[in-house]
Write a protein that binds this ligand. Structure first.
Ligand code: NAD
Length: 477
C-alpha cells in the first residue's frame, strides 16, 4: 500500500453543478478525468461542449478539456482504470425532511462492483453533502456486499464541497478551505491521497488553499455547520427586517449594515430579503433538523431540555418558509382582493448568476398568486425556460390549480411591467437594478413596486411617484 498515488486517474460520478465543475477544472489542470452521469442527454450536451445549466465561464473550460483530458460517458465501465473517484450526485430531501441518499448508494455500489476484482488500493471520495454517519454506512455496505478491506484494498474519504452556483469556477479555483475526512485509524491513507491531489491541483494553478484533515464524521458535519450558519444569518437578517417595518423611521438595510460591520459578525448574508432558496440551504437545514431529532439524547435533568432541541434550526426553516409571502402582504394591504389583478414577477432563479430555480422564493409567490386567481407575468434573464417547464408540468398534473393562460412567460422585463397592477422584484439580477422609476411609471397600469431584494433607492422612487414597498423599511408610503 503506497502513501499516495504516483499517477492520479480520476473519476467523477454525477455531472451536475458540483461534479461537472470539479471534473472540468481537474482536467483543465492536466489530470486525466472520466466523468460519469446516468443522464444521457446531459452527457450528449457536454460532448457537444455545452454546459447543461447556466454557470458563467464553465463552458470555456469544458471547451478546452473535453475529449482531451476530460472524457464523459454514462458507462460506469470506464471507471475501471481510475484509482480515485469523487461522488457528486444529488442528496435531496424526502417529503418529511430526511435525507435521501439513494443516488449516493447507487453510485458507490456501481463503483464497488467495477473495482471488485482488483486488489490495488483505490479511493472513493464522498463529495455530495451527507449527514454524519452516512459515509460509515456506505463503507459497511461496500464491505458487506463485496468484501472490501478498508485501508487495504479500498479507501473512503469525505471531501465536502462549498462552491456557490454562479461562482462555481471561481470558488473551485480559490476555495476558502479544503476539508478532507477519513478513518484516521484504519485508513489514514485516504486523507493523504485526497489532500495530495488537491495540493498538486493548487500547486499547478499557483493558488494557496488551506487543507484541513479530520475524521469522517467531522468532515460531514462541517458542511452542515457551514450551511446552517449561513441560513441562520439570512433568517436573522429577515427577522430584523420584519421587526424594522413595525418601528417608525427604521430601515433594515442601515441597521444590518451597521450590525455587520462588527468583524465578529460580518456583512455577508446579512441583507433583508424574501428568504433563501436553491438546491442546498433549504434541504440541508431540513435534513439537519430531521437528523438532530434522531440523535437527540434523553435529557437527564429538566434544565437541559432545550440544549438538545433543534429549536434554532426549526426557527430558521420556519421563518424562511414564511418570508416569501411577505411580498403578498404588501399587495393585500394595497388591494385587499387580488383576483384578476395583473402582478409582475421579476426573477425566477433562486439568485442571480444561475438558471437554477430549485426552491426559488418566486415559485412559492407565483403559486400563491395563481391560487388567488391573479394573472402573473414573469421574467428571468436565464431561468425562464426552467420555470416554464416547471409550471406547465405542475399545472398538467393538477399540482398547481390554475389555467395555463394565467401565467405569462415574458422574454423581457418590459413586457412584465407593461399594464401590471404591481411588480415584485424577487431576484436581484443587475438587469433589474438598472430599471429606472420612470419606466415603472410609464408602463405600469398602477405603479406599485415591491422591492423584495432591496435593490432600489426608495427615495428616488417615491419622489418620482412610484409607490414602493421595500422589505425591512418602515413608514415609506
Ligand atoms: P445536481 O442535481 O445538479 O447533479 C447531480 C447529478 O448526478 C445529476 O446530473 C444526475 O443525473 C446525476 N446522478 C444521479 N444519480 C446518479 C448515479 N447513480 N450515477 C451517476 N450520476 C448520477 O446536484 P449538484 O447541485 O451538483 O449537487 C451535488 C451534491 O453536492 C449534493 O449533495 C449537493 O447538496 C452538494 N452541493 C451542491 C452545491 C451547489 O451549489 N449545487 C454546493 C455544494 C454542495
Amino acid at each position: 500500500m503506497s502513501s499516495t498515488f504516483i499517477d492520479y486517474k480520476i473519476g467523477v460520478v454525477g455531472l451536475g453543478f458540483v461534479g461537472l465543475t470539479v471534473a472540468t477544472l481537474l482536467a483543465h489542470a492536466g489530470f486525466k478525468v472520466v466523468g460519469i452521469d446516468i443522464d444521457r442527454s446531459k452527457i450528449n450536451l457536454i460532448k457537444e461542449k455545452k454546459t447543461p445549466f447556466y454557470e458563467p465561464s464553465l463552458e470555456k473550460y469544458i471547451n478546452e478539456t473535453i475529449d482531451k483530458t476530460l472524457l464523459v460517458s454514462s458507462n460506469y465501465d470506464l471507471l475501471g482504470e481510475t484509482n480515485i473517484v469523487f461522488i457528486t450526485v444529488g442528496t435531496p430531501t424526502k417529503p418529511h425532511g430526511e435525507q435521501d441518499i439513494e443516488q449516493v448508494e447507487n453510485a458507490v455500489i456501481n463503483i464497488g462492483n467495477i473495482w471488485r476484482n482488483s486488489n490495488s488500493y483505490r479511493v472513493i471520495v464522498i463529495k455530495s453533502t451527507v449527514l454524519p454517519g452516512t459515509t460509515r454506512k456506505i463503507i459497511e455496505k461496500l464491505v458487506s456486499t463485496y468484501g472490501y478491506r478498508i485501508g487495504e484494498n479500498l479507501g473512503v474519504a469525505v471531501n465536502p464541497e462549498f462552491l456557490r452556483e454562479g461562482y462555481a469556477v471561481e470558488d473551485t479555483l480559490r476555495p476558502s478551505r479544503i476539508i478532507v475526512g477519513c478513518d484516521e485509524y484504519r485508513d489514514k491513507n485516504s486523507c493523504t491521497i485526497v489532500s495530495n491531489l488537491w495540493r498538486e491541483f493548487y500547486r499547478r494553478i499557483n493558488i494557496n488553499a488551506p487543507i484541513i484533515e479530520m475524521s469522517i464524521e467531522e468532515a460531514e458535519l462541517v458542511k452542515y455547520s457551514s450551511n446552517v450558519f449561513l441560513a441562520m444569518k439570512i433568517s436573522f437578517a429577515n427577522y430584523i427586517a420584519n421587526i424594522c417595518e413595525q418601528i417608525p423611521n427604521c430601515d433594515a438595510v442601515k441597521v444590518l449594515k451597521a450590525t455587520g460591520l462588527d468583524p465578529r459578525i460580518g456583512l455577508n448574508h446579512l441583507n433583508p430579503g424574501l428568504g433563501y432558496g436553491g438546491s442546498c440551504l433549504p434541504k440541508d437545514v431540513k435534513a439537519f433538523i430531521s437528523y438532530s431529532h434522531r440523535v437527540k439524547p434523553r435529557q437527564l435533568i429538566n434544565e437541559t431540555t432545550y440544549c438538545y432541541e433543534p429549536l434554532i434550526l426549526e426557527s430558521i426553516d420556519k421563518l424562511n418558509n414564511s418570508q416569501p409571502y411577505r411580498a403578498l402582504e404588501y399587495l393585500i394591504r394595497e388591494y385587499g382582493d387580488l383576483s384578476n389583478k395583473v402582478i409582475g414577477i421579476l426573477g425566477l432563479a433562486y439568485k442571480p448568476g444561475t438558471d437554477d430555480i430549485r426552491e426559488s422564493v418566486s415559485l412559492k409567490i407565483i403559486e400563491k398568486l395563481l391560487e388567488m386567481n391573479t394573472i402573473v407575468k414573469v421574467h428571468d434573464p436565464k431561468a425562464l425556460e426552467n420555470a416554464r417547464k416547471y409550471f406547465m408540468e405542475r399545472i398538467e398534473k393538477g399540482e398547481v390549480k390554475a389555467e395555463r393562460s394565467r401565467i405569462v412567460f415574458c422574454n423581457n422585463y418590459l413586457d412584465v411591467i407593461k399594464n401590471s397592477d404591481a411588480v415584485i422584484v424577487t431576484t436581484d439580477w443587475n438587469e433589474y437594478r438598472n430599471i429606472k422609476p420612470d419606466e415603472y411609471l410609464e408602463y405600469m397600469n398602477i405603479p406599485i413596486v415591491v422591492d423584495g431584494r432591496r435593490i432600489y433607492n426608495y427615495r428616488e422612487f417615491i419622489k418620482k411617484g412610484v409607490k414602493i414597498y421595500a422589505i425591512g423599511l418602515s413608514n415609506v408610503s
